[in-house]
Write a protein that binds this ligand. Structure first.
Ligand code: ZN
Length: 286
């Protein structure tokens, strides 16, 4: 009898193990071979509600956010990532206490970014480090830190203005012969006054016409740690806290702040990391 009980207990334990093993959520990773400056869209489809789920990668932990029955994460492959083979670690915990983890391979592909030399007046160059720019950098930084649990964007972003990309993403920019910074967005050349449209649905997290370096600036929070930045505007047509939809006019192209001529500097950020705006222009509709 005891032996039968023992074997029955063993079967029960095995069934429990099998149930626990089956509890691993389905994992989707797109793309599996991102380039430096892209993002990786991750999704967990668990069998029940999760208490929490996170991804550890590049020395940082990112929390998955619920979107219906799926848990999503937009993982930035920042400009400072070296190309190569990586493994991200996913962790999850169900409401009932069951936990698990899984390693996910991510192959980061290299890419060329190019170099750009700019001539600026001494007054313009001094603007980059002027004390009065601290406030605008702090305000922009705070807006880029926002991680909203709602995801408002769906599918592909639209180009905010029609025009030629005059400076690409990630270029090493030299100002007056000195390496100044990596270009954290794209510059789109367009005539002064050209309407600028919102790239995707979201909420205006910053609208300020007083910045001396960035000029008239708008930031839109799209949710799940993703924001877009529009600077050097000649006019702002939205206010902070306003809900905006893809294609809606947010302002007009200008040359305010430090700019060599009328253009839109457009940036896309994921978890405060600048990522390639053009990557977002060809996403599948979701
Ligand atoms: Zn720019």
């Amino acid at each position: 009898m005891k032996a039968r009980l023992r074997s029955a207990t063993a079967v029960l334990i095995c069934l429990v193990c099998a149930t626990a093993a089956a509890a691993a959520p389905d994992v989707t990773v797109v793309p599996e071979r991102p380039r430096v400056g892209d993002v990786v869209f991750m999704a967990l489809s668990p069998e029940a509600e999760l208490l929490r789920a996170a991804c550890s990668w590049g020395g940082k932990s990112y929390r998955f956010l619920a979107s219906g029955n799926v848990y999503e994460l937009v993982l930035p492959v920042s400009l400072t990532t070296q190309p190569g083979a990586y493994r991200a670690t996913l962790y999850w915990k169900y409401i009932d206490g069951r936990m698990g983890k899984r390693m996910v391979p991510i192959q980061v592909e290299p890419r060329e970014f190019g170099v750009q030399h700019l001539r600026l007046s001494r007054r313009q160059e001094a603007c980059y480090s002027a004390p009065e720019t601290k406030r605008e950098k702090r305000l922009i930084g705070a807006a880029l830190d926002r991680v909203t649990s709602d995801r408002w964007w769906m599918g592909s972003f639209v180009m905010p203005v029609e025009g030629r990309v005059s400076t690409g993403f990630g270029m090493q920019r030299y100002i007056n012969g000195r390496l100044a910074y990596r270009h954290r967005g794209i510059d789109i050349a367009a005539p002064e006054g050209t309407p600028v449209q919102v790239a995707a649905d979201g909420v205006v997290s910053l609208a300020d016409d007083s910045f001396v370096l960035h000029g008239q600036t708008v930031l839109v929070d799209h949710g799940h740690g993703v924001s877009t930045l529009y600077i050097h505007l000649s006019e702002i047509a939205v206010t902070e806290g306003q809900t905006v939809t893809r294609g809606e006019m947010l302002g007009r192209v200008g040359a305010t702040g430090v700019a060599t001529g009328p253009h839109l500097h457009f940036g896309v950020y994921a978890y405060h990391r600048p990522v390639d705006p053009l990557f977002w222009m060809s996403l599948p509709e979701r």
